[in-house]
Write a protein that binds this ligand. Sequence first.
Ligand code: PLP
Length: 382
Amino acid sequence: MINNKTIEKFREIETPFYYYDLDVLRSTLDIVKKESENSGYKVHYAIKANHNPKIMKIISSYGLGADCVSGNEIAAAIIAGFSPSSIVFAGVGKTDKDIEAALKADIYCFNCESIPEIEVINYLAAKQRKVARIALRINPYIDAHTHKYITTGIEESKFGINTWEIEEVIKKISTLKNIRLLGMHFHIGSQITRMSVFKSLFARINELQEWFTTHSINLEIINVGGGLGIDYENPDKNPLFEDYFSMLNEFIDLMPGQTLHMEPGRSIIGQCGSLISRVLFIKNGSNTLFAIIDAGMTDLIRPALYQAHHKIENLTSEGNIYRYDVVGPICESSDTFAKYIELPETRRGDIIAIRSAGAYGEAMASRYNLRDLPPSVFSDEI
Ligand SMILES: *Cc1c(COP(=O)(O)O)cnc(C)c1O
């Protein structure tokens, strides 16, 4: 909830900007921390969802690890207080420079997606006289039933090692002196809301575990990746981490001594952020009213990139309900936040909140049209 006092403060601030409600973030982190301590599961926050330094600092202060996808993310995570020994590094195309930096920082684990990648890590680790810990990102062929651009674990995905390649990969690794295999890694997509999808993944993980057992290979870790969805219709509802943890406990058969890892991004940071904007003009279309706002796809690209839905609220009007297309100022027709949605009568100067924008919002902002990057405003600063 964005209360009246906060709305009054918003009136004094230049828009657009990201607003982060730190009480929401902290209450989410309290639950994650408690569940993680009770279960012994290790949580690595996926930095790519939001790399705002203050956000990262708060998250690291709860003792979480980090999941990074570039050398710059690793460097930023370390500055924000994440311990290198809690950092995992994912990505289908890691550069030599990024691998070298990760080895130098002594990160916990590289999540690897191909034999050529593992060979390069081995070579670069040898040069530093180190042994790189790796996990195999395996493509489990599970359809996440989410938008196609954020589905990553089906057969045609560029991500992961195919199951029919595992044997070859294991043989290869046994010849590489500077690689130590820790375990298996998965990440099948994002904004997953059907719990049956996770159950299918966990069943698949159990099957794969058997394969490793029959080949007498001990794995220390199972990393289930991220993907837990949030409720974009109900921005004030936090994701059900309790249910997620108990599902993991019920459906994954860990071997003795094995540790379970996960990499939530969106579910940690999504609901605490809103993009705050002002209405510039109301314009008559041929069969709709356009509310043209000062935030655009450069500030929040999710609707334009994958038809994502965000709840939009007019914080400063209580008038009669009309229908509007809420659009940004960018010179692209895809710069549309919502079509034909109900809002109280909206006028120039009204303040609009685009909710559930904490994840993949600020982090994906660009300077297209040479616009300014959106600044961030925190609930404890206003
Ligand atoms: C993006 C990503 C995540 C985080 O996904 P969410 O849907 O934000 O939880 C976790 N692991 C990997 C490998 C990723 O690429």
